[in-house]
Design a protein around this ligand. Sequence first.
Ligand code: ATP
Ligand code: MG
Ligand code: FE
Length: 341
Amino acid sequence: MLILGLESSCDETAAALVTGDRRILAHRLAGQEAQHRPFGGVVPEIAARAHVEALMPLIEGALSDAGVNLREVDAIAATAGPGLIGGVMVGLVTGKALAHAAGKPLVAVNHLEGHALSPRLSDPDLAFPYLLLLVSGGHCQLLLVEGVGAYRRLATTIDDAAGEAFDKTAKLLGLGFPGGPAVERAALAGNADAVPLPRPLKGSAEPHFSFAGLKSAVSRAADSGQWRAEDIAASFQQAVIDCLLDRTARALERADGATALVVAGGVAANQAVRGALERLATANGLRFVAPPLWLCTDNAAMIGWAGVERFAAGLTDPLDIAARPRWPLDPDAETVRGAGV
Ligand code: ATP
Ligand code: MG
Ligand code: FE
């Protein structure tokens, strides 16, 4: 099986060719950091235009790298949400047009499902069910992944996502954009015990997350002029890790039959986060699975792989399917909490 995957939901444009036996024949990605940097964050209009300009050349490049023709692919998988709607539409409309022109089925992929299944692309032994900590720029959730399309959400954030907290902290500390890697680098030179910061919701009965209070505390610490940016970064990162660990440990109590503890999404590229979760898994007698760093942040290989898994399950979509700015993975999510998806 051969799937063309397309990603355009935020500020990475990407195209990949992925096979049913987990080979990534080609992956081309164009980041937009330079275009958004002057604004200190992703500007939706700039992102949408950049996706328009970048996507077709990336697709042509990926096909040429893989030495395949569009007629040889079995289906085209494109992110259909959630994300910045302009960008999502660019990728989805392109996917639809190629599917129509080449007479191939379309697989409309939920970007979060791309993150959720990405560990199965890098690890052929990862079986369902597994407990997934999905930590990214827009989401912070604990999901029991029971199968393709079967996601049971155990927890979510009641305010900010963890990646968002990294990005805001980087901005407050003047570390630049994108924030996560900048905070991780600064933290290496800092003392994680230096700045007293809160651990919101730590110890609470439900395994939900909260990072807004932490962000405010970082803001106060930065304004006080009392600490080095490196010490604030290190203390912030440790506070996030303490919350992620405590909440994940709580969810593990409810993750019946989980074969592994898995982490995915952009924040999973953080070495300190990975190390801490690996120790938690080991302490609980579970395997720990994390995709390679480049598969944690946004990419098209994970969308192609979700396409492989969905296509293998007979799941394709009509060409009039709509792009969705909001699209919870768990069907009950909107009723659990209105905003947390
Ligand atoms: P979502 O997947 O929720 O729609 P997104 O696609 O924008 O959001 P991702 O690309 O999955 O998010 O992840 C980007 C986020 O990951 C950013 O918030 C970024 O700061 C964070 N991130 C990336 N690398 C690191 C790192 N090394 N340490 C901490 N955070 C990181
Ligand atoms: Mg990005
Ligand atoms: Fe993402």
